[in-house]
Design a protein around this ligand. Structure first.
Ligand code: KG4
Ligand code: ZN
Length: 318
């Protein structure tokens, strides 16, 4: 980053996990350790600079899988110590939220705002009171939204992480049967109490599992047909995105905010963004999500932009 501007980024995805169906901490840490130096070299080459040219090093310290975090922290600390550079520790969730500032001006987001953080580990509502003041106002009581996508994907043998695979299958079904979009959903829309900003996805997950098992039994097959997979993916994505949209509307009304934001990798989901855009237009909210899908997934630019704003705090230069 040069101030708020992204100069170069290097990202590695962990495809080692596609066969397991979940994240194995040991595998993740080893994969991090193997990827980190080629990534550093790659990004320096892309930017056309050397490590000595860098003023600050920012690194995420929490929350997340400890073995993977430790890999990044150890490398960041070693570089900072050996080159006498200032080190800035960043909270991963805050970084996902600040990804909304990438390619936007600070004044493009007005406070207070409601942020929904949706990822493989988190489904949380924050009331964003001012740039450095976040208050947790709701969260999942069981699975995270991304985790639910991953589990549904696993039930239908679509690989890991599953969000993208389920969304792709759902998109195919939506194209084939557009009339189904407005029909009654087959899975339950769990919204909890009238004023609750919490989430629960475990009932929905069980309903999907029952549907998968019933369809397999009914057809006397060992697995689902391709059409069944597409339909279940579609029904699941529709109901999850409806739940998230209705809850965001509820949160924005409870806290009387004008700005609603998405963060976390599930914010790359295009149906969710479409529904939030439509709802915001209807209710007169301002909706923001990271401007590019690469800023929604885990990435270095979000760590960089959070670090930039951290520095503006001490140097008073927003
Ligand atoms: O932000 P992230 O990497 O996780 C944490 O840092 O916790 O998010 C990963 C999650 C996975 O569960 C993945 O299935 C989901 O984001 N995901 C999606 C999409 N792309 C990724 N979920 C729904 N639709 C997508 N297009
Ligand atoms: Zn993340």
């Amino acid at each position: 980053m040069k101030d708020r501007e992204l100069i170069a980024m290097s990202t590695r995805t962990q495809m080692e996990h596609s066969g397991t169906g979940w994240v194995v901490p040991e595998v993740a840490a080893r994969s991090h350790a193997n990827a980190i130096f080629p990534c550093i070299q790659d990004v320096l080459e892309k930017a056309g600079i050397s490590l000595q040219d860098i003023d600050y090093i920012a690194c995420t310290e929490k929350p997340g899988l400890l073995p993977s975090l430790l890999t990044g922290m150890t490398v960041a600390k070693s570089i900072a110590l050996s080159l006498w550079k200032e080190l800035i520790w960043i909270d991963h969730i805050e970084a996902h939220i600040f990804a909304n500032y990438l390619e936007r001006e600070a004044y493009d987001i007005e406070f207070p705002a409601i942020v929904l953080t949706v990822s493989g580990w988190h489904t949380e509502f924050y009331l964003w009171k001012s740039m450095f003041e976040l208050e947790l106002v709701g969260q999942t009581l069981d699975d995270a939204a991304g985790e639910a996508f991953d589990k549904v994907s696993k039930m239908m043998w679509l690989g890991f992480p599953g969000g993208r695979a389920v969304a792709d299958r759902a998109a195919k079904y939506r194209l084939r049967y557009p009339e189904k979009i407005h029909m009654k959903r087959i899975f339950p829309e769990v919204l909890l109490d009238k004023d609750s900003l919490d989430f629960s996805f475990s009932g929905l997950k069980s309903a999907v599992k029952r549907e998968v098992d019933e369809r397999i039994q009914r057809a006397s097959l060992w697995s689902l047909t391709e059409d069944d997979i597409d339909e279940i993916a579609f029904e699941f994505e529709e109901v999850v995105t409806d739940i998230l949209t209705k809850k965001i509307e509820r949160a924005a009304k409870i806290y009387s905010v004008k700005y609603i934001l998405l963060s976390g990798w599930v914010s790359a989901n295009s149906i969710l963004k479409e529904k939030l855009q439509a709802m915001s237009k209807r209710e007169n909210f301002q909706f923001c999500a990271p401007v590019k899908n690469v800023y929604s997934m885990d990435n270095a630019a979000m760590i960089g932009i959070r670090a930039y704003y951290e520095l503006t705090k001490s140097k008073n230069v927003i």
